[in-house]
Design a protein around this ligand. Sequence first.
Ligand code: NAG
Ligand code: NAG
Ligand code: NAG
Ligand code: NAG
Ligand code: NAG
Ligand code: NAG
Ligand code: NAG
Ligand code: NAG
Ligand code: NAG
Length: 283
Amino acid sequence: MASTMKLSQLFSLLAFVCMFLINLSFPGYSAADVVGNETDKLALLAFKSQIIEDPLGVLASWHESFHFCNWTGVSCSNEQQRVINLNLQGKILSGMLSSSVGNFSFINLLDLSGNSFQGEIPPELGKLGRIQNLNLSYNLLGGGIPPVLSNCSSLQGLALNHNYLIESILPELGLLSELRKLYLGNNNLTGTVPASLGNLSSLQELDMSYNRLKGEISSTISQLINLRVFRLSVNIISGEFPAPLYNLTSLEFIALSFNNLTGKLSNNIYRECEPPRHQSPSH
Ligand SMILES: *[C@@H]1O[C@H](CO)[C@@H](O)[C@H](O)[C@H]1NC(C)=O
Ligand SMILES: *[C@@H]1O[C@H](CO)[C@@H](O)[C@H](O)[C@H]1NC(C)=O
Ligand SMILES: *[C@@H]1O[C@H](CO)[C@@H](O)[C@H](O)[C@H]1NC(C)=O
Ligand SMILES: *[C@@H]1O[C@H](CO)[C@@H](O)[C@H](O)[C@H]1NC(C)=O
Ligand SMILES: *[C@@H]1O[C@H](CO)[C@@H](O)[C@H](O)[C@H]1NC(C)=O
Ligand SMILES: *[C@@H]1O[C@H](CO)[C@@H](O)[C@H](O)[C@H]1NC(C)=O
Ligand SMILES: *[C@@H]1O[C@H](CO)[C@@H](O)[C@H](O)[C@H]1NC(C)=O
Ligand SMILES: *[C@@H]1O[C@H](CO)[C@@H](O)[C@H](O)[C@H]1NC(C)=O
Ligand SMILES: *[C@@H]1O[C@H](CO)[C@@H](O)[C@H](O)[C@H]1NC(C)=O
């Protein structure tokens, strides 16, 4: 008996040494790579562990038989095999949104829209310095918008619309200088529209409709020279329609209905508009 035990122990030791040597001799394998992509795999597994319902079975491929880069919704960079996209749009997943999403340090796109993620937006997302598109729209997320999101300086699209977000829109969002689309509509946001949003010089689409925003529209909005779409309907915005908005020649769509605005619209608002094509005599 005693000798059998010793033999099996010896085998375990040998197996361990062999695995160690294989790891060491793996071509082009540096410690940094191992640490890097293991981090992404662990973060994906932690993300999965928080999901309680997956009616479409989309996470069925998320197990050891497949490399994690082949898991449904995951895309990796070719060279380093780091997660660059996690796209689970419309997969009807429910559960908490794991804070492990903050560990995808190479991620470019995180699209979890159209699911039933609950809980708060993890502040760990502020660690994602390379993320360009964050889409958490159409979920059940509550709490406030974490101010650390302003740390994601590469963000071009931020969609948090159709959730249950509360509290105010923090002035820090005005630091996201690359932002082109900011969707915050259909939440329960309160407070005023921060003047700092006028610093978002790349912004093309701004949607803050269906919230409980009050106060006047800051004249800094007129600095948004690339703005095409401006939605602020169904809020409690007061004051007059801001005259500087007439100077935004890029504007194509504006929605301000159901607010507490006063005054009249200037006749100028039509000046920059082309007449509808079918009414034009030359056609
Ligand atoms: C995420 O990263 C932090 C800090 O590096 C680490 O402590 C934590 O274990 C990681 N979590 C997961 C799920 O990988
Ligand atoms: C992913 O799967 C395909 C085919 O199923 C395979 O050719 C490829 O090597 C796999 N990729 C990784 C990173 O394992
Ligand atoms: C980590 O990346 C290396 C290449 O850099 C790759 O050979 C290895 O399979 C990856 N490990 C995992 C667990 O994906
Ligand atoms: C802000 O971003 C930097 C680099 O991208 C990162 O090191 C830091 O942890 C982030 N801060 C927070 C609060 O997430
Ligand atoms: C976010 O996702 C929704 C629904 O899937 C989509 O309609 C929208 O265009 C996306 N927004 C951005 C900024 O990517
Ligand atoms: C918004 O907040 C009010 C008051 O707290 C609450 O009655 C309402 O259900 C909330 N609506 C949404 C969409 O969160
Ligand atoms: C952003 O906007 C605010 C208010 O409009 C202004 O005081 C601040 O100086 C601006 N910051 C930057 C970095 O442009
Ligand atoms: C609009 O722009 C013109 C010329 O750039 C300027 O004279 C005028 O004061 C501006 N109007 C408003 C309301 O900002
Ligand atoms: C609407 O604006 C008027 C002043 O124009 C103000 O007296 C009233 O309190 C405002 N209503 C709300 C709901 O903010």
